[in-house]
Ligand binder design. Sequence first.
Ligand code: ZN
Length: 83
Amino acid sequence: MKWPSWLTPKSRRRPAAEPSLTACPTCGREMDRIEKSTMTGYDMRTYRCEHCGKEHVINFGPALWKILSDAREAEEKQEKPNG
Ligand SMILES: [Zn+2]
């Protein structure tokens, strides 16, 4: 049974396989995590590709502590009336 194109629900579509963040951009192999740093407020992780012998720093987005810190700050700015 063939569905008209306008009837195809989006949920039926399978999302394309996302490229792994931890795959080497050069050779595509999975890399080993050797370091993690959230000092800058971002979850920066250093991965090393054994195959290429190169290290790649990958940004995983805002660090958890930064998100929590920002949320708390926003909350403190809003004066909540008690009761
Ligand atoms: Zn590689």
